[in-house]
Design a protein around this ligand. Sequence first.
Ligand SMILES: [Zn+2]
Length: 71
Amino acid sequence: MPTLLKKIVLLTVLATLSIVATNCSSKAPKTDKQEEVKQRYKCPMKCSEQLFDKPGKCPSCGMDLEKVSPS
Ligand SMILES: [Zn+2]
């Protein structure tokens, strides 16, 4: 194998590996976070322990629901 060709092949392999590594590291954390954190809402008057998936009004007292920090 000629030395120049060997160099080109090596560089191509290295470039491909670095591109694959960058893609993997940038993709994985994003999808994990978006699926883990799920925002919940509950009544601020604590008249009900029910949790809601969306913001809105409490069905019992009509107060605006407040965010529940996931812990
Ligand atoms: Zn309420």
